[in-house]
Design a protein around this ligand. Structure first.
Ligand SMILES: NC(=O)c1ccc[n+]([C@@H]2O[C@H](COP(=O)([O-])OP(=O)(O)OC[C@H]3O[C@@H](n4cnc5c(N)ncnc54)[C@H](O)[C@@H]3O)[C@@H](O)[C@H]2O)c1
Length: 247
């Protein structure tokens, strides 16, 4: 089997929520998508209308991640790997036992590192490719009640940005690592959190949908504001740097 026109993509944690929405958007855009998840049955059902390409994958398993990358590349090449699989635990960190803290870091941070490195092994060889790491707003701020989750996402952000710099320093100009840092999204991750005081941070903004339609719409709506602010900034800078009038 060969890759479709747009290329071949792997999405982790794609049985539902955001992962499934990303896989659907890619499929609709002409990509050949390998949907993976811890839950083999659920991901097979999710993949059925999207070309039916699915596999069980626990992202904590480094060897399994490499095998999935090879499976995807068997369609020609691996163009995109989306590290989406993630878990949330809430409440003050002192309420979690060590196993729980470790599990969150294992899935959200080490799991995404496994996926990134499995993909990069092939993408560096090909000379091109893109890894998209689904972080969170909690990767940028330390959300109260979601501190262990936030710590795992901060780790992923640092790993992603540092790895991108390492790629550039090593001369890989067409291999990219990007991060997505959305606010709360109405997915199964939050469906049972409506009475959870530990999850308050996920509900402070406008709830997004898994299709993320709010982001492009918001960006487009804000274009006039951005343009006006940018133009005012240019004028300010021009005044600051203009040579003094000596006449
Ligand atoms: N929902 C939100 O508010 C929100 C906000 C920002 C970022 N995110 C991030 O988006 C990503 C997707 O979350 P979601 O909201 O769709 O959650 P979700 O719970 O609906 O989906 C997560 C998926 O990951 C899978 N998964 C869990 N552990 C796994 C493992 N070890 N290996 C492989 N798959 C595993 C689950 O089976 C599930 O299908 C996560 O990384 C999450 O941290 C979510």
């Amino acid at each position: 089997m060969t890759s479709s026109g747009r290329g071949t993509a792997v999405v982790t944690g794609a049985a539902g929520g955001l992962g499934r929405a990303i896989a659907t958007a890619l499929h609709d855009d002409g990509w050949s998508v390998l949907l993976t998840d811890l839950d083999a049955t659920a991901v097979a059902a999710a993949a059925a209308p999207l070309g039916g390409w699915s596999a069980a994958l626990d992202v904590r398993d480094e060897v399994a991640c490499a095998l999935i990358a090879a499976t995807a590349a068997s369609r020609g090449r691996l163009d995109l790997w989306v590290n989406n699989a993630g878990i949330l635990v809430t409440g003050p960190a002192w309420e979690h036992d060590g196993r729980t803290r470790r599990r969150v870091l294992d899935v959200n941070a080490f799991g995404a590192m496994n996926g990134t490195l499995a993909a990069l092994a092939l993408m560096r060889e090909q000379g091109h490719g893109h890894v998209l790491n689904v972080v969170s707003l909690a990767g940028l701020v330390a959300a109260p009640g979601e501190t262990v989750y936030a710590a795992s996402k901060h780790a992923l952000l640092a790993f992603s940005l540092g790895t991108l710099s390492d790629l550039r320093m090593a001369g890989y100009r067409r291999v990219h690592v990007s991060c997505l840092c959305p606010d709360g999204i109405w997915t199964p991750m939050l469906h049972d959190r409506l009475d959870d005081p530990g999850a308050l941070a996920s509900f402070t903004g406008s709830m997004l949908t898994p299709q993320l339609d709010a982001l492009p719409r918001l960006a487009v709506a804000l274009i006039p504001v951005v343009r006006a602010a940018g133009r005012a900034g240019q004028r300010r800078q021009l005044r600051r740097t203009a040579p003094p009038d000596r006449s």
